[in-house]
Design a protein around this ligand. Structure first.
Ligand code: 13P
Ligand code: SF4
Length: 308
């Protein structure tokens, strides 16, 4: 049977919704009910009436959906879809870190495990990190974790001295500044746009810095320009659909790879076949220990409240 027909039949029969991140393979984005950034996806997960949520993304995203929907089945097509940034913040060391700074409010980027969220005061995404940090009284010291690049960027924008956890995303740290400058010389008319998980020297070259949804909106509102896009290359699918006549060039990675760009291997482990299989078998599904879920839920709800 055709995989897409099969997925369509199963999602109808089981009242399932398919949520996909912009970094998913094109063919998955095409069949998803909703494609978005981390904030949009968690808002959608908080809102849905579907009985089953199929999360075409990585583990921490599906886990967030499960925290918000304890009675629903949340499926992840491949349980090995992890995240280098989430892995850079192990619960034991983070617990010691926050205990040694008891006066600090803990803001964590959504790219972390449920255990880390359970130790946090407020969760944020790249779309709302600025707003969330600004919502905290100026005299309150803040720990920002796990992404040091996003944290440094927010610290610069707000003028606040954030205490940063030393974590990062391999995909966004893979961009080569030398290759980017060389590319810029070839396309001197282009504008560089970047995701704030990128390193400081890349962000310094960018005309616009924002989340994946923010980058797509920026380009959509200025389709007459040409862009070098410094984030995971999966974003180009949706971006090009929005601006079919605009030249979009993926920013080059240090290592030579097939796409001459930077791809998240974790995001790409999900395939249409695995998506079909997980809908059929209702596995693999996400489970979160109830005491951790309840503690992780509060900082996520605070974020959703602050993002209205
Ligand atoms: P956003 O979805 O917030 O743009 O973050 C990108 C990312 O790295 C998700 O893993
Ligand atoms: Fe994690 Fe980076 Fe992949 Fe996003 S792009 S899922 S932060 S490894």
């Amino acid at each position: 049977m055709d995989l897409i027909e099969g997925i369509n039949a199963l999602r109808l029969e089981k009242n399932a919704i398919i949520l996909a991140h912009y970094y998913q393979r094109d063919e998955i984005q095409k069949i998803a009910d909703y494609v978005g950034d981390s904030l949009g996806l968690s808002q959608k997960a908080a809102d849905t009436n579907a009985s089953i949520i199929v999360f075409a993304g990585v583990h921490f995203m599906a886990e967030t959906a499960k925290i918000l929907n304890p009675t629903k089945k949340v499926l992840l097509p491949d349980l090995s879809a992890g995240c280098s940034l989430a892995d850079s913040c192990p619960p034991d060391s983070f617990s010691k870190f926050i205990k040694s700074h008891p006066e600090h409010l803990v803001i964590t980027y959504i790219n972390c495990s449920a255990e880390i969220k359970a130790m946090s005061d407020i969760v944020c995404t790249s779309s709302n990190a600025l707003k969330i940090v600004e919502s905290v009284p100026k005299d309150r010291p803040i720990i920002f974790a796990p992404d040091k690049n996003l944290g440094r960027y927010i610290s610069k924008k707000t003028g606040r001295d954030l205490l940063l956890w030393n974590g990062s995303c391999l995909v966004h740290e893979a961009f080569s500044v030398d290759k980017l400058l060389a590319l810029y010389k070839t396309y001197p008319e282009s504008k560089i746009i970047a995701h704030p998980e990128s390193e400081e020297h890349i962000l310094e070259l960018a005309t616009y810095i924002g989340s994946t949804a923010g980058m797509i909106n920026y380009v959509k509102n200025r389709p007459e320009e040409q862009y070098i896009v410094a984030t995971e290359a999966g974003i180009l699918h949706k971006m090009q659909l929005e601006v079919p006549n605009t030249v979009l060039i993926p920013a080059p990675a240090e290592e030579d790879n097939t796409c001459a760009c930077s791809e998240c291997a974790f995001m790409k482990v999900n395939t249409l076949q695995k998506l079909y299989d997980c809908l059929l078998n209702e596995r693999p599904h996400i489970e979160v220990q109830e005491d951790i879920r309840l503690r992780a839920l509060q900082p996520i709800q605070r974020m959703l409240e602050l993002s209205k």
